[in-house]
Design a protein around this ligand. Structure first.
Ligand code: ADP
Ligand code: MG
Ligand code: MG
Length: 370
């Protein structure tokens, strides 16, 4: 990775940057890409900043498709923001093209680089400290959905194939249980049964889609708080960033994944399951912000499936942790023995808690959705 970053100067010289480069330093807390802050100076105009990123080529096998998706979505967002009297330089990522007009630069050892305007006067927060920040992230992702509601989602590349194809993940799960390569299955029969008993969950969204009742949407697929920039003065969400996993999908899955990690009262790998629950105040806060941001662009069916999306994403995630545990921990990095099993258990505890609170969840959605 360090070797790859030695190509930074080469990359910089190939973008349409203006001014004189004053500095280039690692930046931010991203875990996926290598992010750098560049400062340029111009006589009589002061300095301006730019974000330069080297894409993670282990995760993104088709970087050109990733960048085509981002270019398509950000160009569209820009027009929408202008039409809504917003600030197109600040309320969406803006790609800086290379000297030959491409949205990325491929360096001499095959790494991909891209550059964005730096969004000034705003901050990314790592975790929810105030309910208002969670509300703002909900509003921002809802607003993102609203601005893109007429975007032809089927023209986007599916850059990670089957990302939320729960049915195919269920098939994989059953095969891994059958193979039981680590001999771990007998000790986790309870967790295995938890999955098998909920098989009907995996059909809900595909069936609705097949029946023409669920629209394909532009989904973000990494709807964490730290992928939102919050204005330093107003505390309001400014922009949704980190568009690497933008893909065609279902809005309720983005919503659901936000609830899965954002409304949980404990860490994803908490061992004391007594501490793990889905916080109804946070759920309400997110529903309220998300639906406000959507401005009525979700269909009634989508609204009626929000709680189901939360449960489904949590179930899918728990099933993936269990699959990886049974398969020998190849996919998710582990930091202790049984880490993936612990993670699986928190997710299933959350699913169970949502099942217990189903009436409350449904009522909250109805309160803001009608
Ligand atoms: P990763 O996929 O590695 O999380 P991100 O695209 O989220 O990468 O970027 C990492 C961090 O860099 C963000 O959390 C944010 O702090 C900062 N960042 C990214 N893009 C911009 C931008 N256009 N303006 C200002 N800061 C940015
Ligand atoms: Mg990020
Ligand atoms: Mg990312």
């Amino acid at each position: 990775r360090e070797y790859a970053c030695s190509k930074r100067e080469e990359a910089i010289s190939n973008f349409r940057f203006v001014g004189k480069l004053e500095s280039a330093t690692p930046y931010g807390n991203g875990h996926i890409n290598d992010t750098f802050l560049l400062v340029f100076s111009q006589p009589d105009m002061g300095n301006h900043r730019v974000i330069l990123q080297r894409l993670n080529n282990e995760i993104f096998k088709k970087p050109e498709e990733v960048m085509a998706n981002i270019l398509g979505v950000t160009s569209y967002l820009k027009k929408q923001i202008i039409a809504n009297n917003g600030d197109p330089d600040r309320e969406t990522l803006n790609i800086i093209l290379t000297k030959d007009g491409k949205p990325f630069y491929k360096d001499s050892i095959g790494s991909y680089w891209r550059a964005y305007f730096f969004i000034e006067g705003a901050t990314c927060f790592e975790k929810v400290e105030k309910e208002e920040d969670f509300y703002e992230s909900a509003y921002a992702f809802g607003h993102f959905q609203m601005l893109l509601s007429d975007y032809p989602a089927d023209t986007l590349y599916e850059t990670i194939v089957g990302f939320h194809d729960t049915a195919s993940r269920f098939e994989t799960f059953k095969k891994v249980v059958q193979a039981d390569v680590c001999g771990r299955a007998s000790a986790v029969q309870e967790e295995i049964n938890f999955v098998l008993q909920r098989e009907e969950l995996i059909h809900i969204l595909p069936d609705m889609f097949q029946a023409g009742k669920l629209p394909l949407r532009v989904t973000h697929n990494d709807t964490k708080l730290n992928n939102i920039m919050i204005d330093n003065c107003t505390g309001k969400a400014v922009c949704v960033i980190d568009l690497d996993t933008v893909m065609p999908g279902f809005a309720v899955n983005d919503f659901g994944d936000s609830i899965r990690f954002g409304a949980s009262t404990a860490a994803e790998d908490e061992r004391d399951l007594e501490k793990v629950s889905c916080d109804m105040a946070l759920f309400e806060c997110y529903v309220k912000g998300y639906l406000k941001g959507c401005e009525g662009k979700l269909t009634d069916t989508e609204v009626s499936l929000l709680a189901a999306g939360a449960k489904l994403m949590t179930f899918e995630c728990g099933m993936r942790f269990l699959t990886d545990y049974l398969d020998g921990d190849h996919y998710f990095k582990i930091h202790r023995e049984g880490h993936n099993l612990d993670r699986c258990r928190t997710q299933f505890k959350l699913v169970q808690d949502m099942e217990n609170k189903w009436d409350t969840m449904t009522k909250i959605v109805e309160k803001y959705g009608s």
